[in-house]
Design a binder for this molecule. Structure first.
Ligand code: G6P
Length: 739
């Protein structure tokens, strides 16, 4: 708009000038030039005809004079010729001689007098010249010149002039625009550079010196505004799918997102009814699936379902969620050996027990390590293949892929690599058990950002790096510089989507209670506790049941009036430690229930099978309390899901102090799962808690989860990564290395 104005205004001014000043001037000038020209021509003609005409006049033959005149008017411009003799009679003239022109009025056309005569046929030029007969001026020769060609020429000249003016004006306008544009850009660039501080840091950078005082003021103002708004910005911004999308579009320049995890978000399995889709029990999937729905992109994962191959396209991709695809899963096929070595062996028999303090001995085998390395390389190939550009945003998930960040960095140096470690990070002594500790650390340090749930795990990681890797550690900013590349090690407590999608389909609270009560054959008014976990030794399921048993010993009035329902999704069941654990859990349930053979309803119901999210939410909404008793857990999203499911602001959460979630949810009843007495007491408190207290606690916890939802979790990491890249570019320009 501004550009077109800059162009049009000079153009219009030039054309207006042309219309009002140039056209009349041109007319006057051209007429004057032509009249002068005709005068000269007339002199020439008069001089030329003087002698022959003198003779003809002397002969006294009007006819001969007329013939002579006809000959000379063959010149197209000489329109008519006449001769006035001293007798004052009518002129001897050619036919076209204007009747308005009489011999008596010739005086006014002589010499510098008038030249133009308006006749019935238009304007003509009249020139009167004396013809000398016998030495004195006795006759008047009247030459009438045609002026119409002059009119034609004037009009042509006007057009030429118009085109010339228009071209000149357009050129001037164009030059004006270009100059204005260049100088505006220069000013803006200068101002921007100064605002960024470059001009001040590097005065030679070519920024306009006259801008510096303004820039200093503006910088100060910006700092003040930033300072004023920063505290409110974080806490007051409500993070939604849309906010996250805006961050991606704005800060990450719309780059494609690639997530890599071992577990896929949708598994296709064969069933008697045909192929059905299963959503796995995985905190990682619970958190990241909504993020992917918001961001689109590609999720690379192990295709582990027995019908997975039948549902992909020729590139091994499938659009999900099945009912309304928003992103792609790219499935990778692993052989039995690869799964046994990389997943069951190194990841779940080695790293999982290594990182969790659950008193299960980690097992490290070199054959597993080889598979772990090979499968990480296989996923790196898939990332490179799926990347549409050389600078994708890659979100690497969890302990299955400690080597992957470095492998991606080597192949795609410009990629933004954000790694999240969903499980705890042990102290350096514990980590030292792993024979490949240096390789694992080096692999992770290929990331731009390495995230953990808690500050404690970040500190453990930094200390582990300090112990085993040659790197520069900055404990102020929690960054590590290794091989000249910086990795920020930060805390990003993971969360769930808000509001959770399964809640939209959930029945009202009363209906959910009724459904569960009927399903489990429990009477109205029966108190219900719920536990929801993978059948994993880190989850403290045995400690939980011990606490239920202890409650019934301490408060026998709950026998037959309270039942604890444990949903335990089978997990990693090919691993011995998991099989042993599952057996122990089953045995313990039988032991506790057997203690009360006469109870109308069993103290514990164990549902050791997979439940889909909608069903899980129904149990959450039906239960009076939820018990999360992890012995060690990075975060534990079951605790957050229980709170999110209770839009009636009722129910009590009992939460292990060893789950990361306990840092964010202090209004839960926080317990030590190893302390059976304390846990039993917490169960008693929960069963007796007033509605008001339940509401107050729930409300506070719901506010926290609403604010700190998974969109904020992902958004914060992306914003931090974007800021790191900006800083990197800036220091690169300044020539600072290792930034
Ligand atoms: C934990 C891990 C996840 C994993 C989930 C389920 O939450 O951090 O990476 O997906 O357990 O375990 P699974 O072995 O079944 O994927």
């Amino acid at each position: 708009m501004r550009l077109s104005l800059r162009f049009l205004v000079p153009l219009l001014i030039a054309l207006a000038l042309f219309a009002y000043a140039a056209v009349p001037l041109v007319d006057v000038l051209t007429t004057r030039w032509f009249v002068r020209d005709l005068d000269t021509r007339s002199n020439l003609v008069a001089n030329t005809v003087q002698e022959p005409l003198e003779e003809l006049i002397r002969s006294g033959s009007s006819t001969r004079i007329l013939n002579f005149f006809h000959r000379i008017t063959r010149d197209e411009r000489l329109y008519a010729v006449g001769l006035c003799l001293p007798d004052g009679a009518a002129p001897i003239a050619t036919v076209a001689f204007p009747p308005e022109l009489r011999c008596s009025m010739l005086e006014r056309y002589q010499n510098a007098g008038e030249h133009l005569l308006q006749t019935a046929k238009g304007v003509v030029h009249v020139a009167v010249r004396p013809i000398t007969i016998d030495g004195s001026d006795n006759a008047q020769l009247v030459l009438v010149n045609d002026m119409s060609y002059i009119e034609r020429r004037s009009s042509e000249t006007r057009w030429y002039l118009f085109y010339f003016f228009a071209a000149l004006a357009a050129s001037v306008a164009l030059i004006t625009v270009v100059i204005a544009q260049l100088s505006w850009r220069g000013w803006v660039a200068g101002l921007r550079a100064l605002l960024r501080g470059e001009g001040i840091l590097r005065p030679a950078s070519g920024t306009a010196p006259e801008l510096r005082p303004i820039a200093r003021d503006v910088q100060a103002l910006l700092r003040e505004l930033e300072h004023q708004f920063r505290p409110t910005d974080e806490s007051q911004q409500r993070w939604t799918q849309e906010t996250l999308r805006a961050v991606l579009r704005g800060e990450m320049r719309g780059n494609d997102i690639i997530i890599v995890s071992n577990r896929e978000p949708y598994i296709h399995v064969r069933s008697p009814q045909g192929i059905r889709v299963q959503r796995p029990a995985s905190g990682l999937v619970t958190a990241l699936e909504p993020v992917m729905r918001a961001c689109s992109g590609t999720w690379i994962a192990h295709g582990s379902g027995n019908a997975d191959r039948e549902t992909v396209d020729k590139h091994d991709r499938v659009g999900v969620p099945p009912e309304n695809p928003a992103y792609q899963i790219r499935r990778l096929w692993l052989t039995e050996e690869e799964t046994a070595g990389y997943y069951e062996g190194f990841a779940n028999e080695g790293l999982w027990p290594l990182c969790h303090i659950a008193h299960v001995r980690p097992t490290f085998r070199s054959s597993d390590w080889e598979q772990y390395r090979a499968v990480n390389a296989k996923f790196a190939d898939a990332v490179v293949a799926e990347a549409h550009s050389d600078d994708p945003v890659v979100l690497v998930q969890d302990y299955h892929f400690a080597l992957l960040p470095r492998m991606i960095r080597e192949r795609l140096p410009k990629a933004t690599i954000i790694t999240f470690w969903h499980i705890p990070w042990p102290n350096p002594e514990a980590f030292a058990i792993c024979p490949w500790r240096v390789e694992l650390l080096d692999g992770l340090l290929g990331s731009d950002i390495l995230g953990f749930h808690t500050q404690f795990h970040c500190t453990n990681f930094l200390e582990t790096v300090d112990r085993f890797v040659e790197a520069r550690i900055d404990r102020e900013t929690f960054t590590v510089v290794c091989r000249g590349e910086r990795t920020a090690v930060h805390r990003y407590p993971i969360s769930i989507e808000w509001p959770p999608a399964p809640l939209a389909k959930a029945p009202p609270i009363d209906e959910a209670r009724e459904n569960v009560r009927v399903r489990l054959n429990l009477p109205r008014g029966h108190k219900l506790g719920v536990g929801l976990d993978r059948l994993d030794y880190t989850k403290g399921i045995i400690e939980r049941f011990t606490a239920v048993g202890r409650l019934l010993e301490l408060q026998p009035e709950w026998i037959g009036r309270f039942t604890f329902v444990q949903i335990a999704a089978p997990s990693r069941s090919t691993i011995d430690d998991y099989q042993d654990y599952a057996n122990r859990v089953h045995r313990q349930v039988a032991q506790i229930n057997d203690r009360y053979p006469n109870a109308a309803h069993p103290p514990i119901i164990l549902l050791a099978e997979h439940h889909e999210p909608e069903s899980v939410y129904e149990y959450h909404r039906a239960a009076d309390l939820c018990f999360v008793s992890s012995l060690h857990d990075g975060m534990n999203l079951v605790a957050k899901e229980y709170v999110a499911a209770r839009d009636d602001e009722r129910g009590v959460l009992i939460l292990s102090q060893f789950a990361g979630a306990s840092r964010e949810l202090p209004e839960a009843l926080i317990v030590n799962p190893y302390d059976a007495e304390q846990c039993a007491a917490a169960l008693g408190v929960a069963l007796a808690m007033s509605d008001d207290e339940q509401r107050d606690r729930m409300r506070l916890m719901r506010n926290i989860i609403r604010e700190f939802n998974v969109y904020r979790w992902a958004g914060r990491m992306l914003l931090d990564a974007a800021a790191m890249h900006q800083r990197k570019r800036f220091h690169h320009r300044l020539g600072n290395s290792d930034e």
